[in-house]
Design a protein around this ligand. Structure first.
Ligand SMILES: [Zn+2]
Ligand SMILES: [Zn+2]
Length: 349
């Protein structure tokens, strides 16, 4: 089969590899959609020490079970499914507390097991054991369902934010993750939702979502003034950073009003993770700052149900569908802000 294989930094090759064979307790999926994640792009550009090459990437997928060697599985041959991609131990302190994302023994699809930029994927037995497979029960397309994985990560962050009717929310970063934050904030009843970015093209794409407005970030800092203007001089109640930038993190503390919640979603580049932050904002404004990593099983489940309900505008996120051998084009489109979410369809090859 033809797969997109990671060999190292700036080295992802679309090449022929042997078809995977499911072992005892395992499943084989035929992949219909695998969305390209910002993480895939980062892995391509910077490499990732956690991934031992060669490894097939792709972790935001939906496909059909075509072979099952697990009679106890909740999903059967012919079922269209999505997967919670964290394989947790179920034993450690964090697993027992329902925080599988922090499991000390976790492995992850596309990091430790081959992912879904390929027509076929082998599902480890542990995924079935740990209730990680979900049958698609509605008419939502496989492309739309592939968003359950990133939406679950965003849901995990919102666990800390408790957004409600009184909240004026700002999201810094208008990629697909930023847009998911904005949409979730709105669905939870936020009074207003604004998005900030350095790229006007990306901000223009956000107009398809139910938000109050966009603000262009400038070196001179006009976006900070605009942020105050749209909140009656008070600053935002919730500020979410959905971009890997120390400047954006610093801006979030500026844009936050008194008593605000601030979320640093995702991390900074591992080569340079130190940010210069005015921590007096935490002191004088009594800010609560949170971080989030990956997602819990409960987050994935919530995201899966939300997309199936049709209340999440999944179709507005997917701007392109490409065969596996055009994956490098997907990276370029994402970097330029020409695409919001690109779905690879390995069956097109
Ligand atoms: Zn992802
Ligand atoms: Zn664990």
């Amino acid at each position: 089969m033809k797969a997109a294989v990671y060999h190292g930094k700036e080295d992802i090759r679309v090449e022929n590899v042997a078809d995977p064979k499911p072992g005892e307790g395992e499943l084989l999926l035929q992949i219909e959609a695998c969305a390209v994640c910002g993480t895939d792009l980062r892995t391509y550009r910077n490499g990732d020490k956690k991934i031992e090459p060669p490894r097939i990437l792709g972790h935001e997928f939906c496909g059909t079970v075509i072979e099952s060697r697990n009679s106890a599985s909740n999903v059967k041959v012919g079922d269209r499914v999505v997967m919670y991609i964290v394989l947790s131990c179920g034993q450690c302190k964090y697993c027992r507390g329902g925080r599988e994302n922090l499991c000390i023994n976790r492995t992850t699809m596309s990091y430790h097991h081959d992912g879904a930029f390929a027509p076929l994927v082998r599902i480890p037995a542990k995924a079935i054991l740990r209730n990680s497979m979900f049958k698609v029960e509605t008419h939502q397309t496989s492309q739309q369902m592939s968003l359950a994985e990133p939406l679950g990560c965003v849901t995990n962050a919102h666990d800390h934010l408790h957004i409600g009717l009184k909240d004026r929310v700002v999201v810094i970063g208008s990629g697909p993750i930023g847009a998911m934050h904005a949409v979730l904030a709105r669905l939870q009843g936020a009074q207003s939702v604004y998005m900030i970015d350095v790229n006007q093209k990306r901000l223009d794409m956000m107009k398809r979502f139910d938000i109050n407005g966009t603000i262009l970030s400038t070196k001179a800092g006009s976006h900070l003034e605009e942020g105050l203007e749209v909140t009656d001089g008070e600053g935002f109640d919730v500020a979410i950073v959905a971009v890997s930038s120390a400047f954006a993190q610093a801006d979030a503390l500026e844009l936050a009003g008194k008593g605000a919640r601030v979320e640093f979603f995702g991390g900074l580049p591992k080569s340079n993770p130190i940010a210069a932050l005015n921590t007096n904002h935490l002191h004088y404004k009594e800010l609560i700052v949170s971080g989030s990593y990956s997602e819990k099983l409960s987050d994935f489940k919530a995201a899966y149900h939300l997309i199936q309900s049709g209340r999440f505008p999944a179709d507005k996120f997917i701007t392109h569908e490409l065969p596996t051998d055009r994956i490098h084009e997907a990276f370029t489109m994402m970097e330029n802000g020409d695409a919001l979410k690109v779905c690879i369809n390995p069956q097109l090859n």
